[in-house]
Design a protein around this ligand. Sequence first.
Ligand SMILES: [Zn+2]
Length: 390
Amino acid sequence: MTSTKANRIESKLLRRINERRLLEVIQHKGPLSRAALARVSGLTAPTVSKAVDSLLTRGFIEEIDPPEQLLGRPGKLVRMAVESAAVIGISIDTHVCCVVSAGLDGVVTEDRTRRFVTPTDYDALIDALESRCHELLDGIPGKVHGIGVCAPGLVNDRLGEIVFCPNLHLLDKRNPARDLEARLAVKAILFQEIDGLCLSESMYGVARSLNDFALLDVSIGLGMGMMCSGRLFGGRSGMAGELGHITVNPTGVRCGCGNHGCLETLATDAALVRLISEKDGISRSFNEVATALDERPAEYEHEVSTASEYLAIAIAAVINVCNPTMLFVHGTLLVTNEERFARVLKLVKNRTLTASLAECTIVPTKSSKRQAAVAGIVHHLTSEWAPAIP
Ligand SMILES: [Zn+2]
């Protein structure tokens, strides 16, 4: 390669890295004027100006008029594209699927969300997703940058498919993103739901300034995600973090993975629903269990105690293994109820190494899986444009 050509590539890369840096500032602190962007990013005014123009052309950001009450003449403000561009996020889950359209600011709203009961076969699932996507795409006036599809199970990045999905076997050896892309002619990217949740906390949540944190999903399956030095930890093929399939009771109930007594059969919302169904001798829905726990907690003391003990073991395992600054827990029955979560945290103390626990803050996650899907596609678009400099 000639030195002129090498220099050209280098300066193109540098330009994009600056654009990515600026995009992150706009994402976290926008809307901002160009002058404020220069101040906050530390880049020179001409560099900011060039980068903003490039990002405008690319359709990642848009300019808006400043509020009238703002003193002086700050010029137009720059923010993530909300009116001029959009992405679609899809969350596929065991019981309910969710399709949402959102601006590049990642804000999700109910009026742009479509939900449906997860069909029992794969073709019906793709049909249902396609029709919801069409419905939302028709309402988007600007550019559609892409679709993020987040799914449970083992998403193998090298093979580009869900190789195995213990709680939704219709996804085994499938790639719904690839199949939707073929039908909709819009770029679609597949990723594991836990990775999406980590990205969502990192981009839109309280983990914005954190380079090292972990996230535990205890809703239906039990999975762990980890951000190490600002990057997602995925192992060789992106399948790391399957903490839920560690055996904790060799003679326990059969898990979706085929083994018996996996941690996820005892420590999740789904586990608590099963335990309460067994006690009542009738199959209970998630909503029935949520109501029963609020109205008659004493009746289900043993079941809550069992699930809390195992959830504490799961939390302790993540803290002991990963030494995170912060651990986010994504779940409902034992997590969003303050009293029940406080009880779990008390049990965590008995199971965790004191020194590791002292360095970790444990909080319920604020992100939803539909927001995780949006975060995933926005992250993909920006990473594809330029690498991040941690
Ligand atoms: Zn299992």
